[in-house]
Design a protein around this ligand. Structure first.
Ligand SMILES: Nc1ncnc2c1ncn2[C@@H]1O[C@H](COP(=O)(O)OP(=O)(O)OP(=O)(O)O)[C@@H](O)[C@H]1O
Length: 664
């Protein structure tokens, strides 16, 4: 049984529907150890025959058998494996990959063997040493002479230790000296028990072999053994075990290509990164803005405290209540209608779920605060409740009995713009007018000690005493000491809305008793608007991502077109369609990762600067890029890159290896 047998091979090329027969029934057998040269006129079909023997051409009639087993040319994986394990190619045009070094070109084949990385490196160096290139390992093909390139190609063809070496005009581009050296190497390969099949026009080359086959007009017209061949010894029958190319290696090769074309790829990465950066920055701004609004609202009102008024059911009564609060002097009789809280009503509120404390409060309008001989009007004098944030106190402390907290802007700073703090501890006279139970106007007043100075962010002005002081002042003027509002303290911010709703649903005789408003619902609304605005801005920025995707698609298509030859070489070395697809997908994914990394760097860098500027204005970190934003950008970048790579990678994988190899 012959090692390799060709049986009745027919091959025609078609132009339109017209068939041009090239091979017209080839029967040949080959043995290991032979150095067979195939001679024939130009265009006679020699390369066509080599492509069939090498497992690159699948479209022919007849059979190719290796060790008695017929190769199934319609079985992709079997053919890939055959090229990977059994065949090594040497071409006239060398067909080295230009962006890989000499060593990496040889490693391409070795990466598809089961040797360890170290063993692969050792073998590659050993082979390059054998062909006299020990000191050229790190050079790129363009830095080598023709003879040196062909020797790299020979080392690569031998790397996976194939049994068959197909050499298509291997000396066609070499001078006499290099021809002699290359022929010596090929002879050595055959003497080592491999089958060398060499296509040539040269009589010199033909005479170097052990057998000459003449191909004329698509048929074998002569077949002569010119030198006896000894059978390979057992030790020469070693074979390296092959494996499919691991994903990691595809990534490394892809990275090497990206590095080789770095200037072009840097532009692509920059373009893609700008879109991703904009999306990330807008998200960061959205986060900051939400935080800022929450912070502002929470610094005005404590969300764990709810201010409750008595409910008045008609618009007119509400107006009256408002008027009475605003100006009891003018409101006259209407002030008598100012609804107050009974003890029972306070208890009812205390008993609601999540309520931990109910603080009564009294608010009076239009107080007069007299310091020395100067009087200052305060729109409101109220009792201090837990709704007020202690942080509003800019000096001193919360008012104790017979003490008062004065408003910084409307009172303290008017008294002394610079030295307002020295008001602390001073005695001031506080007075306001209200109606007693007989609807008579009376003055409530007392001398109080300044305990603190507050700067309320609401802008209303905060002048406050404690509840006991307010009651005692009112009792002295014989006016009601019932609370006009209460502050309900709850056990968690999240319960705010539920408790507000429960308070507004308390009914006596079917009538609503209390009116409370929820700060959380206001916050929820604001957050919704901010989220919406952020999403719209991010989506606008996202349009640029579409451009990025198109850029990657164009780059990948251009890359496929520019690298047709490389694709052909990789296929001839045994890489499968899947490996080629992976190569291009890996490149696109790497572009995605680099873009996302650059975008993150830009967003953090420029975001930091922008935040610094905005902090001066708002006193708050308005750009807050979170880890989840970064993660999303990486995911978006990878998805875009992957989608953009689908079509080009598919095109690359589907290329006919012969067509790809024939590309100039
Ligand atoms: N893809 C193709 N489509 C159509 N015809 C083709 C194709 N490839 C090769 N041929 C034709 O098939 C014939 C054989 O080509 P082949 O390359 O096998 O010849 P060759 O013997 O290797 O020639 P040379 O010695 O000049 O390299 C030629 O006439 C060529 O024009």
């Amino acid at each position: 049984m012959s090692y390799l047998a060709l049986n009745d091979i027919h091959k025609s090329y078609y132009i339109g529907k017209t068939a041009y027969p090239v091979l017209k029934g080839i029967d040949l057998t080959f043995e290991l150890g032979e150095f067979v040269t195939i001679l024939g006129e130009s265009g006679g079909g020699k390369s066509t025959l080599m492509n069939i023997i090498g497992g690159l051409d699948r479209d022919f009639d007849g059979t190719v058998s290796v060790q008695g087993k017929v190769l199934d040319h319609h079985h992709d994986r079997q053919l890939d494996r055959y090229r990977r394990e059994t065949v090594g190619y040497i071409y006239q045009a060398y067909n080295l990959i230009s962006h890989l070094t000499v060593l990496d070109n040889v490693m391409l084949s070795l990466d598809m063997t089961k040797l360890s990385h170290q063993a692969r490196m050792k073998r590659a160096r050993g082979l390059l040493n054998q062909v006299g290139l020990t000191d050229q390992l790190k050079k790129y093909p363009s830095q080598l002479s023709g003879g040196q390139k062909q020797r790299v190609a020979i080392a690569r063809a031998l790397a996976s230790d194939p049994q068959i070496i197909i050499a298509d005009e291997p000396t066609g581009a070499l001078d006499a000296q290099n021809t002699i050296e290359v022929l010596a190497i090929l002879k050595r390969i055959a003497a080592n028990g491999r089958l060398v099949i060499c296509v040539t026009h040269s009589e010199t080359v033909a005479q170097a072999g052990t057998r000459i086959v003449q191909l004329t007009d698509g048929k074998i017209t002569d077949d002569q053994v010119i030198q006896a061949v000894s059978k390979p010894t057992k030790s020469q029958r070693t074979k390296l075990l092959a494996r499919p190319l691991p994903w990691r290696i595809s990534m490394t090769t892809a990275f090497k290509h990206l590095r080789h074309t770095w200037s072009w790829n840097t532009l692509i990465v920059l373009g893609t990164a700008i879109g991703l950066f904009a999306v990330m920055l807008f998200n960061g701004l959205g986060n900051g803005l939400k935080g800022y609004i929450n912070h502002q609202i929470n610094s005005i009102v404590d969300p764990q405290s709810i201010t409750v008024m008595r409910y008045v059911n008609s618009a007119k009564a509400q107006e009256e209540q408002f008027a009475a609060q605003a100006d009891p002097g003018e409101a006259g009789s209407v002030a008598a209608h100012m609804p107050t809280f009974s003890v029972g009503q306070v208890t009812a509120l205390r008993e609601l779920a999540h309520v931990v404390k109910v603080e009564p409060g009294i608010a009076a309008s239009d107080a007069m605060i007299t310091i020395g001989k100067t009087s200052y009007s305060a729109p409101q004098l109220t009792t201090w409740t837990s709704t007020e944030q202690v942080s509003t106190l800019k000096a001193g402390h919360v008012a104790g009995d017979n003490q008062i907290v004065l408003d910084k802007r409307s009172v303290a700073q008017k008294w002394s713009p610079k030295d307002w703090r020295s008001l602390l501890g001073q005695k001031v006279n506080v007075a306001y007018q209200t109606l007693n139970s007989q609807n008579q106007l009376v003055t409530v007043q007392r001398q109080l000690t300044v305990a603190g100075i507050a700067d309320s962010p609401t802008g209303e002005g905060l002048n406050a005493v404690n509840y006991a002081t307010m009651q005692s002042m009112r009792a002295a003027a014989k006016v009601t000491t019932q609370p006009t509002f209460v502050t309900v303290r709850i056990n968690g911010r999240k319960q705010n809305e539920d408790v507000v709703s429960a308070i507004n649903h308390v009914k006596t005789g079917g009538k609503q008793q209390f009116a409370a408003t929820s700060i959380s619902s206001a916050l929820t609304n604001v957050n919704t608007y901010v989220n919406l605005a952020t999403a719209i801005l991010a989506a606008i920025a996202g349009i640029s991502l579409l451009v990025s995707a198109l850029m990657i698609i164009v780059t990948m298509f251009m890359s496929v077109s520019a690298r047709m030859k490389e694709i052909g070489i990789l296929r001839s070395l045994g890489e499968s369609r899947r490996d080629i697809r992976r190569l291009f997908t890996s490149e696109a994914l790497m572009l995605g990762v680099f873009s996302a990394t650059l975008a993150t760097g830009l967003a953090y860098g420029l975001g930091f600067w922008l935040n610094h500027v905005l902090y001066r204005i708002a006193g708050y970190n308005l750009v807050q890029i979170k880890a989840t934003n970064v993660m999303s950008i990486f995911i978006i970048a990878l998805v875009i890159a992957w989608l953009a790579a689908i079509l080009p990678a598919r095109r690359a994988a589907r290329l006919n290896p012969i067509t790809a190899l024939a590309t100039e």
